[in-house]
Design a protein around this ligand. Structure first.
Ligand code: SUG
Length: 449
């Protein structure tokens, strides 16, 4: 780290939780539906994620970690009328009376922290503070139960007066909000004011322009509320509608079809509804000259290939000591000859692209979560990183500790029926209790309160 005024993009990755499983809960998320009820490997999943985090840290990037949630979530079951003398009784009742609900409270979906919150860094906000709004995740019940613990975790980690934490938006479709997965920030330098691009799937005043098959999971009303709460200047905000065609092809979040970082926006021809208008607004609001729009035509990579390989769910990062953008892609992009060829020529020919690295995050991919879904980006000054009270910045030591923690507590495999075992809840609580001590985040879980 060089100067105190310098700011970094810190990628906080979600650690995969001990109940990671494939339940087919997200209608419109094709990978998740296709893998429903398959055997999952929580240990492998968590280690795959940690390996990616370690590789990015080793490249000299700032890498953080966020914690998984307690599952099955007994407080939700109690709130919905399941009662009993023990948690095992409650679990047994729920399985018998409401098997789908039980699956929903077992999901490890909090691992995809691109959906944890929307974050506006200090350089963009009216009060010069960094603002967080946890996503309400209203559109899917298994995800809707995440925001309370997410909110507590973020407040515990980003605890100084440099940060403002808003409550999640009101629940319901009108303010349906899926967080940073539909939010991109373009800037010349992380420490300087950027353009914040919010992408929504539907708006209440244009009901005719909406997907026909799959749900739109982000609304314009939610985006507008976040821009107000965060004190963003409309001169530096762009609100864009997702192409309904894309949502119906399985693009349930914008980050499945577009990704941006610093002065690069990488997107598919069918990402936005009015592409030219969106690009022109970004051009006007982005003060510097050096802006790269990398549009991928459908004839180069079809929507279907984009969705099956997650070409746009790549991370775009600025590796210290290199010029241009490095792309962190899932190995599915390497396995598809058309996408692989595209990426090879992009890194060879495009002046803004430095290199592509591939990572195996298949356990996450099988549930519809690529490299970019696994991380929440927070722009931080050097002093802010140093001042974090929580032990969440990945060092060699923390990496070793977390690998050991996973190896000690996680099961190799989970069959759907294994979720019925009350011992899994106990194992999870023991593991998470230890994790809160390793990461020094305090008692963020319901079972600790
Ligand atoms: O919300 N999958 C997640 C995947 C989220 C990916 N995130 C981003 N694109 N940013 C979702 O659809 C599947 C769970 C299951 O079916 O077991 C799930 O929730």
């Amino acid at each position: 780290m060089s100067s105190v005024n310098h700011a970094f993009e810190v990628n906080f990755d979600g650690l995969v939780g001990p109940t990671h499983n494939f339940a087919g809960l997200s209608y419109g998320n094709i990978a998740a539906s296709e893998h429903a009820n398959q055997v999952s490997s929580p240990k492998l999943a968590a280690l795959q994620g940690l390996k990616k985090m370690k590789a990015l840290a080793d490249m000299g990037l700032q890498q953080g970690v966020l914690l998984p949630h307690e599952r099955p979530h007994i407080p939700t079951l109690k709130r919905l009328g399941f009662a009993g003398n023990t948690d095992a009784d409650i679990i047994a009742q729920a399985i018998k009376q409401a098997p789908l609900l039980f699956k929903q409270v077992c999901s490890g979906s909090a691992m995809w922290v691109a959906n944890a919150a929307t974050v506006s860094p200090f350089a963009d906000t009216a009060d010069g503070l960094t603002h967080f709004t946890p996503a309400n995740l209203s559109s899917m019940f298994h995800r809707r139960i995440e925001s309370d613990v997410t909110s507590r975790m973020l407040q515990s980690i980003f605890a100084s007066e440099d940060y403002v934490h808003h409550p999640a938006l009101p629940h319901g479709q009108h303010f349906s909000d899926e967080g940073a997965a539909n939010h991109t920030r373009l800037c010349s330098d992380y420490a300087e004011r950027g353009v914040e691009l919010f992408v929504y799937g539907e708006r209440a005043d244009r009901p005719a322009v909406a997907p026909q098959k799959f749900p739109a999971r982000q609304t314009l009303a939610a985006c507008e509320a976040v821009t107000r709460l965060h004190g963003l200047d409309e001169e530096h905000v762009v609100l864009a509608q997702q192409n309904p065609l894309a949502i119906d092809a399985g693009v349930f979040h914008n980050d499945v079809i577009a990704v941006g970082n610093t002065n690069v926006l990488f997107y598919h021809e069918y990402a936005f509804l009015e592409t030219e208008v969106v690009l022109e607004q970004i051009r006007q609001k982005f003060s510097a000259q050096d802006l790269h729009f990398i549009e991928v035509k459908n004839e180069q990579v079809s929507l279907q290939d984009a969705v099956s390989t997650y070409l746009f769910n790549t991370q775009l990062v600025q590796v210290p000591g290199t010029q241009g953008t490095t792309i962190i892609a899932p190995t599915e992009c390497q396995a598809n000859p058309r996408v692989h060829q595209y990426l090879q020529s992009l890194s060879a020919e495009h002046p803004a692209i430095h290199a592509v690295h591939y990572f195996d995050v298949k356990q996450s991919m099988n549930n519809g979560g690529g490299p970019a879904c696994l991380r929440l980006r927070v722009v931080m000054k050097e002093s802010q990183i140093k001042q974090l009270g929580a032990n969440v910045i990945l060092t060699d030591h923390l990496y070793q500790q977390l690998c050991q923690w996973v190896n000690t507590h996680y099961r190799e495999q989970i069959q759907p029926i294994d979720l019925h075992d009350p011992a899994l809840l106990m194992e999870t609580r023991t593991a998470l209790d230890e994790l809160t001590q390793i990461c020094k985040v305090g008692s963020i879980y319901d079972f600790q309160r």
